[in-house]
Design a protein around this ligand. Structure first.
Ligand code: M6R
Length: 591
């Protein structure tokens, strides 16, 4: 969480450049923002609370600066105030620091530095780093060396970027949170994610955990933080293009990304068959397979339990990554952990993965972001190829994850081609569904329920995790209290919540659980529930019917599409920004 972006090089518009790039990182946090650049020999700083979309890059130094850093914040320590916004400065004002993570021992460091005469202005943990580097600079005149010593003293999972005016140098360090270098013909870009600099370069170097970089814009050097030894780095070309990361004519990224699913599911399916077969072999040979993920990605894992059971008669266990701590006792060198993550940076998932590796187990990662930490640390990686997902609410990443997991389920029994055919048909069904009439129908439906404060969703088999996912989608963007249940569980408690007119959504397919679901939907209707059926067929139990194609074993993928659209319109109709829901950030890199 928090977006970091910095530039040093021959371009004279560094301040504006970093503000422009920061707008592409706003999904990582949007409580407040800040920027620092060197103008003449002085440090210029601007910061404020709120979002950054309205900022004009030209107001940040014009053509006066070759070095700048910028930050968008998701607050952890210290309230959302202008003073607490990053960057934070040393007492002499020559060092500016921005940060993603938590300096766990900041209190102790702050006391020590205060005793030495440093004055603190904010309540943040980050500010200690600026003063710590300043203190270290008293022992050496080398900014990189001083920064390395400061990093060694900071505990926690962090990413830091610092600007030093006197040496005109940027230094960045990674001890748990992501940082990537963009190698340009005109200098170096350092960011927490590639969309910040995709417009300028698609050549990257990854900073690994425990590493730092020092650059003056002409050269860049990588070091091991603990030993100070220099590290060699490869340059890697990434395939995402800047247009994929833009929202084009759409009002919001969320809508754009929902519409991207006309093509993104097919991209997820078009995998190298040999890679999928290798992964299937690893699952077949493993003694115990676990699936972990968080939030929406976790719901994809839960759906995969059903895919693996129905398609491949294979038993796998799902646990939310944050709950995995008590499961690792089962892990053996022969176990396999499948981790699913859009960003490839989620802290809980990374922790689960590292625990598995420490037990000698193999890890398969299903990720979207190319070159992410999870992708790089896994033994096997399958990319879902959804393209950049910017809205906090995950949409196209979910359907890509479901498609890859279902494809693997088919591959487990040697029926990869059959799975591929089904999924490509499903992709064209999604293309047909997302037509203007269908979208308008869902907008009208959102009008009917937009003033309700509670909403319940039911489903059975793979539609059960989709009911849970529907609840997440509706909660996070519209702030309606939404809850998902297994259809059969209703009568064991939740049905007590149903009153006259309570909106209830029933997610259904044409399968062996349809009869049970009709009965569950009827139970809701007879208690006064306003039942919206998402189903290939219409039933009397429905007050409203949202038709979805019959997609067989891929029903979960088509059923979630109208819910995503509905959630989007509910947010918009209730005057909320679906791209930036309150209290959330896209990439959850803290625990
Ligand atoms: O990047 P990840 O897929 O690991 O993120 C996991 C969750 O934080 C994420 O799916 C979250 O639940 C979504 N914002 C929900 O739409």
């Amino acid at each position: 969480m928090c977006g970091i972006f910095g530039y040093v090089g021959s371009r004279p518009d560094a301040g504006g450049l970093v503000i422009e790039g920061l707008k592409n990182l706003e999904y990582r946090g949007y409580d407040s923002w800040g920027v620092a650049w060197k103008e003449g020999s002085a440090m210029e700083v601007r910061k404020d609370t709120g979002k950054i979309s309205h900022l004009n890059p030209e107001d940040f130094g014009g053509d006066t600066s070759h070095i700048a850093i910028a930050h968008t914040r998701w607050a952890t320590h210290g309230g959302v105030t202008k003073v607490n916004a990053h960057p934070h400065l040393s007492c002499d004002g020559t060092i500016a620091v921005i940060h993603n993570g938590i300096v766990e021992n900041f209190d102790e460091l702050k006391k020590e530095l205060t005793k030495k005469g440093h004055t603190f202005l904010s309540e943040t943990d980050t500010e200690v780093v600026a003063h710590l580097v300043e203190e270290e600079m008293k022992k050496t005149n080398d900014f990189g060396a001083a920064f390395r010593q400061a990093c060694i003293r900071c505990k926690g999972r962090n990413a830091f970027l610092a600007l030093h005016t006197q040496s005109q140098t940027l230094v960045a360090a990674r001890t748990g949170s992501p940082l990537i270098v963009g190698v340009g013909s005109d200098g170096y870009y350092i960011a927490s994610d590639t969309p910040a600099f995709l417009k300028h370069t698609r050549t990257v170097q990854y900073i690994d955990d425990g590493e730092m970089v020092v650059t003056d814009g002409k050269h860049i050097l990588f070091y091991d933080i603990a030993t100070g030894e220099e590290r060699m780095k490869r340059e890697i070309a990434i395939t995402w293009n800047p247009e994929q990361a833009e929202k084009g004519d759409y009002a919001h990224y969320m809508l754009k990304e929902i519409m991207d699913q006309k093509e993104s599911v097919a991209r997820a399916v078009n995998q190298d068959e040999k890679d999928i077969e290798t992964v299937a072999k690893a699952i077949n040979e493993a003694k115990g397979t676990f699936l972990v993920g968080c939030g929406t990605a976790g719901k994809a894992c839960m759906a995969a339990e059903y895919f693996f059971s129905v398609v491949a008669e294979k038993h796998v266990n799902f646990a939310p990554a944050s709950e995995f701590k008590l499961y690792h006792h089962f892990l053996k060198p022969e176990s396999l952990l499948i981790v699913v993550s859009q960003s490839g940076e989620t802290a809980d998932v990374l922790e689960a993965m590292r625990v598995a590796k420490s037990k000698g187990s193999k890890v398969l990662a299903i990720v979207n972001v190319q070159g992410s930490t999870i992708a790089r640390e896994a033994d096997y990686t399958v990319q879902i190829n959804a393209g950049p997902e910017r809205a906090v609410a995950s949409t196209k990443a979910l359907t890509g994850q479901l498609a890859v997991l279902l494809l693997i389920a088919y591959a487990l029994t040697g029926k990869l081609k059959e799975g591929k055919k089904l999924l490509l048909e499903t992709s064209s069904m999604i293309n047909d569904m997302l037509n203007p009439r269908y979208v308008e129908r869902l907008r009208q439906l959102s009008e009917l329920i937009k003033r309700k404060e509670d909403l319940y969703i039911i489903g059975k088999s793979w539609n059960y995790p989709m009911a849970l996912e529907s609840a997440i989608k509706i909660q996070e963007v519209s702030y309606i209290h939404a809850e998902g249940f297994a259809g059969g569980e209703l009568k064991h408690g939740p049905i007590a919540l149903i009153e006259q007119g309570t909106p209830c959504i029933a997610l259904m397919g044409k399968d062996e659980v349809t009869t049970d679901m009709i009965s569950n939907a009827t139970q809701l209707k007879s208690r006064g529930g306003f039942v919206i059926g998402v189903s290939p067929q219409k039933y009397d139990a429905f007050n409203e019917w949202i038709k979805v194609p019959d997609a067989g074993n891929a029903q979960a993928i088509v059923n979630i599409i109208p819910i995503q659209v509905l959630a989007y319109f509910l947010a918009v109709q209730r005057g909320k920004d679906p791209d930036m829901p309150r209290n959330l950030a896209k990439s959850v890199t803290v625990k």
